[in-house]
Design a protein around this ligand. Structure first.
Ligand SMILES: Cc1cc2nc3c(=O)[nH]c(=O)nc-3n(C[C@H](O)[C@H](O)[C@H](O)COP(=O)(O)O)c2cc1C
Length: 669
């Protein structure tokens, strides 16, 4: 189909080849292959250069996402440049985003002309000289090598394992993260050369907005921001609201939700920092489908690097007519505006987010009306998460059938997770829906470090729950996660080991919600405060209690459960409705820990400082008096060269004695 009719009276101008940036034209127009062999060769050469298949000098890629920079990537980059200068060598130094294995940053890749690209781990500035000396001499320092990239046309390095066989990468399926850590996010041509914006071209040329909504619905794509609502179905609501063709008086909006407030979540930040054009292309496809001519990216100001890279990407895409006025020469236009948020968790909730963009306090509004009917400035508005939108280029390019062939019955495609906590390899992970949680933690993450035992993984942030050992084989799927009292959430996965106290975890989340909630509705504001107070009470030290206080303590579990139900049933927005989840989930799977805190005044994980006591092993103690001198509560007694003792009633559980003891004589009880 060449001309798209959105409604009978309006003929919409389709995209035009002559409005395409040159590289994109080569990719979308098979007929444009030049007859002239030399022209053809030059074209292939340019594409190969942009894909870095064809290098004339070495390229050194440095992972410079927030994680890489935090680990010292800037100093590494400076050291690389200084080395090249001092050795009078020429090499391209390329700033990439994050490849995903954040715990091994700074990650540096080196590619010599004609050879495959090698990834090296933990290349701090001090290691640069040794690394470059070796590589330029044709040797590879084994301890620094992570793996080599598989490439059919380049010569591989003998004996170096392929990166896609590395346990961190092998179980992954990287659709959204396909380019992350591989391309320079500041170079739009690199994105295009790898097939970027082809899906947008195809969509504008071949599909009506209604057909795009149908395709997305048929694909089974569900919102990746937490709720898991079917994306195509939501778009149809907005399409049906107002007229089919956007007019000034019939404005519709698309909002990209990049607020990402869950503790432990950094997926959206990494995607924007590493591959901003994937998001912009996805936004253009979504805006076309719903009939929006204006889009906002709502992003927290704490993400300065992502904002900088997104701004640059918008300017580049506008200059090439890939967003902005008359995209690719069609009659579809889209203005993309960045709106920075101040970083309140509640502003990720869609109606609070709308308030915030409108310049009001970030407080949720009652629904209905739903934003798809009446949202930003009272106009139909679709809000989608970064990852949802970043899925669209691949989905639109490959089609609904291809997309829906991957995953489970109700959860299609892949999901990106931010893996952190007590796990050997932390980072950004993308797996197909249906992957087992055990595989993410033990295969990809490498298991629990320091010989400790796994206890739980927290998924879904403050709205989510914990998955204990007996459910580690659960599939990643929107529905199955709910059966164990957890939820998919936006992608934060925080792993906990035997030294984590689950009551303390619940207290952390309740404290977070207290500080981050907006205070508008009473059940959430007051109810979560009461829940926090109960958790504080049961993790407090063994001080003298009045009878009524002890009684209240004994009834803590009952109080927590009844408060949880009231808050869940009566709160205004999703924040309050799901706020009790971390408590309910930890109560469900770790009730014995609650009971130990409540009845025995004991923290089994020895993590709650006020409930921990210490004891001194008389056999090991040499009476050096260090602990006695350090104890701020004067709870240690003893004389020089004789074993010391702790007066449990006086001990405040600060752990200073343990820190100073050189005889390994003190232990937590
Ligand atoms: C308290 C709260 C915070 C939220 N934070 C985010 C967020 O940071 N990012 C996000 O995409 N969705 C967040 N959501 C979900 C959004 O309200 C909304 O459902 C989502 O942006 C829709 O996009 P999707 O359908 O693509 O998932 C939050 C919801 C609640 C209740």
């Amino acid at each position: 189909m060449s001309t798209v009719n959105l409604c009978e009276s309006v003929a919409v101008v389709p995209p035009a080849l002559d409005a395409c940036p040159e590289i994109l034209r080569w990719l979308v127009d098979a007929d444009s292959v030049p007859a002239d062999a030399e022209a053809q060769r030059l074209r292939q050469q340019r594409l190969a250069e942009l894909r870095r298949d064809h290098l004339v000098r070495p390229a050194i890629y440095i992972g410079a996402g927030t994680c890489g920079l935090g680990a010292g990537a800037q100093a590494t980059m400076d050291a690389v440049r200084a080395y090249l200068d001092s050795h009078e060598m020429h090499a391209d130094v390329v700033k990439t985003g994050c490849i995903g294995i954040c715990s091994l940053e700074p990650v540096v890749d080196i590619q010599l002309p004609g050879r495959t690209r090698i990834t090296f781990q933990q290349i701090t500035a001090q290691k640069v000289s040794q690394l470059l000396d070796e590589v330029f001499a044709g040797r590879l320092p084994e301890a620094m090598v992570l793996g080599q990239h598989r490439h059919t046309t380049l010569t591989a390095w003998d004996d170096v394992p392929y990166l896609d066989e590395h346990p961190f990468f092998a179980p992954q399926t990287r659709w959204v993260l396909a380019n992350c850590g591989l391309i320079d996010p500041a170079e739009i041509d690199e994105y295009i050369a790898r097939g970027g914006y082809v899906a947008l071209w195809k969509t504008l040329k071949e599909k009506t907005p209604d057909e795009v909504c149908e395709m997305v619905e048929a694909s089974g794509l569900r919102g990746r921001g937490g709720g898991g609502f079917p994306t195509g179905t939501k778009w149809k609501f907005a399409r049906k609201s107002g007229h089919h063709v956007p007019m000034v008086e019939d404005q519709k909006y698309l909002i990209c939700n990049a607020d990402e407030g869950d503790p432990g979540a950094f997926m959206d930040r990494a995607v924007i920092e590493s591959d901003p054009h994937r998001l912009l292309e996805g936004m253009a496809i979504a805006a076309y489908a719903i009939g929006a001519s204006k889009a906002y990216v709502y992003i927290r100001a704490e993400y300065p690097l992502a904002i900088k890279r997104l701004k640059a990407a918008i300017a580049q895409a506008e200059a090439k007519r890939l967003i902005g006025e008359q995209i690719l020469g069609s009659s579809f236009s889209l203005k993309v505006i960045i709106k920075m948020g101040a970083g309140a968790f509640v502003c990720g909730e869609e109606t609070a987010l709308i308030n915030s963009i409108e310049g009001r306090r970030g407080m949720p509004r009652p629904r209905p009306p739903f934003p798809a009917v009446s949202g930003l400035f009272g106009k139909p508005t679709i809000i989608n998460n970064v990852e949802t939108l970043a899925n669209l280029p691949t989905l639109a390019y490959r089609g609904a059938e291809w997309f829906s062939a991957v995953g489970t019955k109700t959860s299609k495609g892949t999901k990106v997770f931010a893996l952190s906590g007590k796990v050997s390899r932390t980072g950004l992970v993308e797996v197909t829906m249906g992957t087992r949680m055990r595989s993410i933690i033990f295969d990809i993450g490498g298991g629990i470090p320091n010989g400790k035992a796994y206890k739980a993984v927290q998924i879904g942030g403050p709205s989510g729950g914990c998955i204990p050992t007996q459910h580690l084989d659960i599939d990643i799927d929107y529905e199955s996660l709910k059966t164990v009292g957890a939820m998919m959430g936006s992608g934060g996965l925080v792993v906990m080991d035997e030294e984590t106290c689950m009551v303390d975890v619940a207290k952390f989340f309740m404290d977070f919600i207290q500080r981050e909630g907006c205070g508008k509705c009473i059940p959430c504001r007051e109810g979560t405060r009461r829940m926090l107070e109960i958790l504080q009470r049961i993790t407090r030290g063994r001080r003298k209690e009045r009878g009524i206080e002890a009684l209240e303590r004994f009834q803590s579990v009952l109080h927590l459960q009844s408060l949880a139900e009231s808050i869940r049933d009566t709160s205004l927005c999703g924040l309050g409705q799901t706020a009790p989840n971390p408590v309910l989930s930890t109560l469900r799977w770790f009730r014995d820990e609650y009971e130990a805190h409540i009845y025995d005044r004991h923290c089994p994980a020895a993590a709650c400082a006020e409930l921990v006591t210490y004891s001194i092993d008389a056999e090991k103690c040499k009476g050096c008096t260090l602990c006695l001198k350090k104890c701020p509560a004067e709870a240690i007694v003893g004389t020089l060269k004789a074993p010391h003792h702790i007066i449990v009633e006086k001990c405040i559980g600060c752990g200073s004695c343990l820190d100073v003891c050189r005889m390994d004589a003190i232990s937590k009880v």
